[in-house]
Design a protein around this ligand. Structure first.
Ligand SMILES: [Zn+2]
Length: 111
């Protein structure tokens, strides 16, 4: 499917023709430019992966919150140490995912 990008705000629209106005910023149709086929294919191909990254971010947030609760519960030092480890690893993976997603945006694997 053809894709169109709003030159004002970057909104990507899927359709045979550009929309009458941008759903995000309200810019008129003539502010949309068709995205080249290879770039459109890259966006299409990346959507699933980006969605999986975002789901992982959400799940890791639950790990962070659970680990924090475990630290507060503070049953004994080995438990706290394990919860702290889990919190640290979840945080690190979250930051890695964010860096990866930022890279995707920079390379046009987003939209
Ligand atoms: Zn726009």
């Amino acid at each position: 499917m053809k894709k169109w990008r709003c030159s004002v705000c970057g909104f990507v629209y899927d359709g045979e023709q550009a929309p009458e106005s941008c759903p995000k910023c309200g810019a008129p149709k003539d502010k949309f430019a068709e995205i080249a086929q290879d770039a459109a294919t890259l966006i299409e191909r990346s959507r699933k992966t980006n969605q999986l990254h975002m789901e992982l971010l959400t799940q890791l947030q639950r790990v962070l919150e659970t680990a924090e609760a475990g630290i507060q519960d503070n049953l004994d030092p080995p438990c706290v140490k394990l919860f702290e480890y889990a919190r640290g690893q979840a945080y690190t993976i979250q930051q890695m995912i964010k860096a990866e997603l930022a890279g995707h945006m920079g390379k046009g694997k987003w939209g």
